[in-house]
Design a protein around this ligand. Structure first.
Ligand code: PMP
Ligand code: GLU
Length: 404
């Protein structure tokens, strides 16, 4: 089969692939511990499920407006007011099939062939591929000091006549780092002076630890929603553990939203109304599930960091948010793919090679799962990598012997 040159250049999402792999191996009875995918294991909020069931039972499941149901958009207007301190209109919001799809439509609306999009490493696996899907050019900026946070001069150096946008994700997948306010303020300022879009991927903005809060991105611009270069992307997947509902949104100027609506109306038509009513219920209902998730993730973070520090040669920066950690294993093996494959084969633990995020020598460990499972995964990693480990370990119903 001859596929298009563009399609041939796009890699499969490694996080999505590894998730499917974990499901398959588990179905085959393998005692897999899945520290691969970024997906909280808590159930969707009860009121969201009830609303979806109610909608289903009504039998009235029809097309919705392309930009989203008015009642859900109203809930997002309120969310934006409450969490960002910005009053926006429903015409500033478009709902799509997950934040991934929101970002796709956003890039589709704004990127011309050859336009450059600055992506800060370490980065989420889908950013470069999505830019490529628009015939755009991903420009990766790696922090020159080896940290997880570039300096403003690292970013400035990457800007050219063709730079169209910068994507920032804080707290960050995969590092868990929160970018300092001063840096975000400088990047927003730079973008507005040079007329570059600033895409704020806020999908983890509520998942921050130690009592911190993310400063709303609009506080870094004096411009109103119609003229600012800041565009917000957010969604329900992470905060409410509603990954399968596929709800994400963009907040931007009316003109941008209109163009994105045209695109959506010609591609997916609209989101499923079953998911949209559930999303509205999650956003407007009791928010204690969010606090509970943050507390559980913080406890998992503490445990993971403590365990990693016990493995000789591993360096770890304490994540400030998300449910990811990106330890440096290069003293054990510089090739993250080899290391991830080794851990899967010997310890039945799935991790994601840092190479996929532009961080070779590291592994991304997702601690989004239940505490007991994450602890089991960490015990197995430690056993497999620490030369001082006991010779044998019980993994599932097998006794595994260290022979490496
Ligand atoms: N942005 C980042 C940084 C992510 O990690 C994810 C993970 N799924 C998304 C966007 C998209 O999330 P979703 O499509 O499930 O809303
Ligand atoms: N964003 C999550 C992750 O990084 C889910 C999978 C994906 O969409 O990449 O694991």
């Amino acid at each position: 089969m001859e596929i298009s040159k563009l399609a041939a250049s796009i890699a499969e999402s490694p996080t999505v692939k590894l998730n499917a792999e974990a499901i398959k191996l588990r179905a085959q009875g393998e005692a897999i511990v899945h520290l691969g995918v970024g997906e909280p294991k808590n159930k969707a909020p009860q009121n969201a499920v009830a609303r979806a069931v109610e909608k289903l039972n009504s039998g009235e499941i029809k097309y919705a407006p392309a930009d989203g149901m008015p009642s859900l958009k109203k809930a997002i207007v309120q969310y934006t007011e409450k969490n960002y301190g910005r009053t926006v209109d429903a015409a500033n919001i478009i709902v799509s099939d997950g934040a991934k799809h929101s970002l796709f439509n956003l890039l589709y609306a704004l990127i011309n062939p050859g336009d450059q999009v600055i992506i800060l490493a370490p980065y989420w696996v889908s950013y470069p591929e999505m830019v490529k899907m628009m015939n755009g050019v991903p420009v990766i900026v790696k922090p020159s000091d080896g940290s997880f946070c570039p300096s403003i001069s690292d970013i400035e150096k990457a800007i050219t006549e063709s730079t169209r946008a910068i994507i920032l994700n804080s707290p960050n997948n995969p590092s868990g780092a929160v970018f300092p306010d001063e840096l975000v303020a400088k990047i927003v300022d730079l973008c507005e002076k040079k007329n570059i879009y600033f895409f704020s991927d806020d999908i983890y903005h509520k998942l921050v630890f130690d009592g911190r809060m993310i400063t709303p991105v609009y506080s870094f611009t004096k411009k109103d929603i119609e003229s600012t270069n800041v565009v917000v992307i957010n969604g329900l997947s992470k905060t409410y553990g509603m990954t399968g509902f596929r709800i994400g949104w963009v907040v931007g100027s009316r003109q941008l939203v209109k163009v994105m609506t045209n695109i959506q109306s010609q591609s997916t038509t609209c989101n499923s109304p079953i998911c949209q009513v559930a999303a509205e219920a999650a956003l407007t209902g009791d928010q204690s599930c969010v606090n509970e998730l943050v507390a559980a993730m913080q406890a998992n973070r503490d445990m993971v960091v403590k365990e990693l520090k016990l493995i000789p040669g591993v360096k770890v920066a304490k994540p400030e948010g998300t449910f990811y950690c990106l330890p440096d294993f290069s003293a054990i093996n510089k090739d993250s793919m080899v290391l991830a494959e080794f851990l899967l084969k010997k310890a039945l633990v799935i991790t994601v090679p840092g190479r996929e995020f532009g961080a070779e020598g590291h592994l991304r460990i997702s601690y989004a799962g239940a505490a007991a499972e994450v602890a089991e995964g960490m015990a197995r990693i430690k056993w497999a990598l620490d030369p001082n480990s006991p010779r044998e370990m019980q993994i599932g119903n097998k006794k595994v012997v260290r022979d490496w």
